[in-house]
Ligand binder design. Structure first.
Ligand code: BF8
Ligand code: SF4
Length: 631
């Protein structure tokens, strides 16, 4: 595959990164590479999850000589409490993102600036929530939907709504196991309360709360984030785009948007399309404005506008190191605090926009739904002004980039399935054609590849190895987050990539007119994957644990990822991890996350840091599910 120029290999990506990195060392001293080196001997207590600083009698560290903290908490209690806190932080991050989006929905008006773009989705959600729509103004409905949505965070009584979207068996199981979440903030608060000094020390009880908290994310905060973002900015559709740093332009103003919440980046994109902005640019003798994305903000704007993607998590510093980034606008999450300092070594203006992500050295422009478009307009002008400050002697833009096709929410996948079976009316709107392909063995199954990069392992290599091996084994891939961006950079996310697939997957790609890896969005959009898996299970008439569909996070790093992995497991899908969660100081906890959760929700983690072994485990897992179904 490497000799085919349609593919960019990980080695080639590394070559570009190395050149940029060497320049960084000359100009600015360091990048994550040096910092990872200086942090290499990770603390074993931290790594094993057995350092507790939940009270000021500590910190307490567990060792053979000191098997209990001062209060008597053992390794299992401490590892479980730390793990639950990670799930809570991840849940809080995704959900607070959704809360902000709901507030924007509450601010929508016919005259803008924020409007409702997917009215049908809003109406459908209103019906689902028994909100009257007949004869009402769409913005009245939007406000009520926003208010009801916001109640999902803090309702004092009752329980959350979106878990009711799961298949019946799942719902019954969540009730039986008492892990149906009540409200998002409530579950996070309960988790923090349970882990406070002098409360829960029972790992299983803590894990159960972890599952419940994670469901409030996957079938709550993240699902709200996805749904309301679609209502506000439009449900994504298939678009062509490009990925990798080669999307930066020599002769245009480069504005990089980075983070997760598309409220700000949407305003930036809109500002660059205004006539007055374009005139301003022209008057300065500049050819144009080039907005590109990093991390999940890139996924959001790529799927809705075709905005090109500069790269994933460990590439964020590289974007500045090209010397061609005139402005970087960030919103929330996954933003290196190193960036403003790096920006100061170049001419780059580094702008923060949210009170959630304040970074020393940044220019802070607090963005609200009221001022977002005016602020974006001012910032784009500043970026245009800054173009002339570029120091050409410091500019090096790697040439590599690849074409990609993005934008496959469940609605789009269904459309493609409908297209191939339009004569069979009874399958329209269902996943049955895909199920038939799986039953026939043309497709063996599907894997959701998600997550980050992590310097603990060779960046992007695991994603690449696993995706390409799944292709060869006729397993369809759906992807989000930084994993999806690797596929973009590599050139795997386009229709030609069918040439690297087994005969069965290739045939399916041709019939459905899709690439072998479907871009489903940002990390909050893993909620789309849950609906996809739920839909497949329902149309198949089996439980979610039975379908040959699994999750895989080969290079994950964030607390959000811990929360995601847990809600995927809670939904009945096994999750294959390429990085070990920080609980190995407790054999009980290792056992609980790999086996114990199977007794509660029917799924668990399989962990291996070697991508070749991990992908083999995935294929074996899928084949075992097939065998159990008798197919
Ligand atoms: O939410 S994959 S590094 S950018 S955490 Fe972050 Fe990980 Fe990327 Fe998106 Ni998701
Ligand atoms: Fe130590 Fe217990 Fe306090 Fe943790 S809660 S720091 S184990 S005394």
């Amino acid at each position: 595959m490497d000799e085919n120029k349609r593919i960019t290999t990980v080695e080639e990506m590394e070559e570009d990164s190395r050149k940029l990195h060497d320049r960084a060392c000359e100009v600015c001293g360091e990048t994550w590479v040096e910092r990872a080196e200086s942090q290499k001997n990770h603390c074993k207590f931290g790594e094993g999850g057995i350092c507790c600083r939940n009270c000021s009698m500590g910190p307490c560290r567990i060792s053979p000589k000191a098997p209990r903290g001062i209060c008597g908490a053992d390794a299992h209690a401490i590892a479980a409490r730390n793990y639950l806190r990670a799930i809570s932080a991840g849940t809080a991050s995704h959900s607070d993102h959704a809360r902000e989006i709901l507030h924007v929905l509450h601010h929508t008006k016919a005259e803008g600036p924020y409007i409702v773009r997917d009215e049908q989705k809003l109406i459908n959600l209103a019906h689902e929530w028994q909100i009257a729509t007949e004869g009402r103004d769409i913005y009245d409905i939007a406000r009520e939907v926003a208010e009801v949505g916001l109640m999902e965070f803090g309702r004092p009584f009752g329980e959350m709504r979106f878990p009711g979207r799961a298949p019946q068996e799942r719902q019954e199981l969540w009730r039986k196991e008492q892990i149906w979440p009540r409200a998002i903030d409530r579950e996070i608060a309960t988790a923090m309360h349970m882990t406070h000094m002098g409360n829960s020390a029972d790992p299983e009880a803590l894990i159960r709360q972890g599952l419940r908290t994670s469901i409030s994310n996957g079938w709550g905060g993240s699902m709200l984030g996805t749904e309301i973002t679609d209502i506000l900015f439009g449900t994504p559709t298939v678009r062509e785009t490009e990925g990798n740093l080669g999307v930066l332009e020599h002769d245009q103003v480069n504005i990089v948007v980075h983070g997760h919440d598309p409220v700000f980046s949407e305003a930036i994109v809109a500002a660059t399309e205004l006539k007055e902005t374009l005139d301003y640019c022209k008057a300065k003798g500049i050819k144009g404005i080039n907005v590109v994305g990093l991390c999940c903000t890139a996924n959001e704007v790529a799927m809705r506008h075709g905005v090109r993607m500069a790269g994933n998590f460990l590439q964020q510093e590289n974007a500045i190191l090209t010397g061609a980034c005139d402005m970087m606008c960030v919103d929330i999450q996954c933003i290196f605090p190193s960036l403003p300092q790096l920006a100061q070594c170049f001419h780059t203006k580094f702008v923060t926009s949210s009170p959630i992500a304040r970074i020393p050295g940044a220019d802070h422009y607090e963005v609200t739904p009221e001022n977002a478009f005016d602020t974006a307009k001012d910032l784009v002008k500043l970026a245009i002004d800054n173009y002339s400050n570029r120091d050409e002697s410091k500019v090096w833009i790697p040439e590599r980039k690849q074409k990609a096709i993005v934008g496959y929410p469940t609605e789009q996948i269904i459309k493609h399935l409908d297209n191939i079976t339009n004569s069979h009316v009874d399958t329209v709107g269902s996943y049955r054609p895909a199920i038939d392909a799986i039953k026939a063995g043309v497709l063996r199954g599907a894997v959701a590849i998600v997550g980050c990069n992590n310097p603990r392992i060779r960046p992007d290599f695991s994603h690449y190895e696993i995706i390409t091996e799944l292709f060869r084994n006729d397993i369809l891939v759906v992807a989000t987050g930084c994993a999806a961006q690797l596929a973009t950079k590599a050139g795997l996310m386009n229709k030609e990539a069918k040439e690297f697939c087994g005969a069965g997957l290739k045939r399916v790609c041709e019939l459905m007119d899709i690439p072998p890896i479907l871009h489903m969005g940002a990390c909050v959009d893993i909620s789309r994957m849950m609906r996809l898996a739920a839909g497949i299970a329902e149309d198949w008439g089996v439980d979610m644990t039975q379908i040959p569909v699994v999750g895989c996070a080969p290079e994950w790093m964030s607390e959000k990822a811990v929360s995601i992995a847990n809600y995927v497991v809670s939904s009945g899908l096994d999750v294959y991890l390429g990085i070990e969660p920080q609980v190995n100081g407790s054999d009980q906890m290792m056992n609980l996350i790999t086996e114990g959760t199977r007794d509660i929700v029917g799924a668990g983690f399989i962990i291996n840091t070697d991508p070749k072994v991990l992908v083999k485990n995935i294929i074996d897992g899928i084949e075992a599910k097939r065998a159990a179904l008798g197919i």
